[in-house]
Design a protein around this ligand. Structure first.
Ligand code: ZN
Length: 147
């Protein structure tokens, strides 16, 4: 019987092999930011279109390990259609799951669910890989600052 770790591995590999929201958006109106994790060689370019305070479109391009690329794919699914405030909350939520941020900020109480992203929680056991998983989220943070 497959355990939770096998299920998580399947979800990660599925996003790695069939990345969601892969590609580019025209800039402007979309904004783009680059992220790089030199420890592993992961690279990501994030494209985001914000309309009326909502992330109406988000796409990523890049290359790297299965953790970084699947995290980017899952992130685009979680962020698309969210308000900027919800996107910020999801970043905190994810970083908290990755044990690199305490939950001391004001939690609005209705933080959107992480969904498939929970498959990455096993990465916490491998500190070197946490940077891989968080790379797309740090890149999103940069994008939100210029939104
Ligand atoms: Zn990596």
């Amino acid at each position: 019987m497959p355990g939770l770790e096998d299920l998580y591995r399947e979800i990660i590999l599925d996003h790695y092999r069939n990345p969601r929201n892969r590609g580019e958006l025209e800039t402007p109106p979309a904004i783009s930011t680059d992220g790089h994790n030199p420890l592993c060689g992961d690279e990501i370019t994030l494209y985001m279109l914000v309309e009326d305070g909502v992330v109406s479109e988000i796409k990523t391009n890049g290359q790297g390990c299965s953790i970084s690329q699947s995290s980017a794919s899952m992130m685009t699914q979680a962020i698309r259609g969210r308000t900027l405030a919800e996107a910020e909350a999801l970043i905190h939520h994810f970083k908290h799951m990755m044990s690199i941020e305490d939950h001391h900020h004001d939690d609005p109480g209705d933080t959107p669910a992480l969904g498939d992203l929970e498959a990455l929680q096993g990465v916490v056991k491998f500190p070197v890989r946490i940077k891989c998983a968080v790379l797309p989220w740090n890149t999103l943070s940069q994008a939100l600052e210029s939104a």
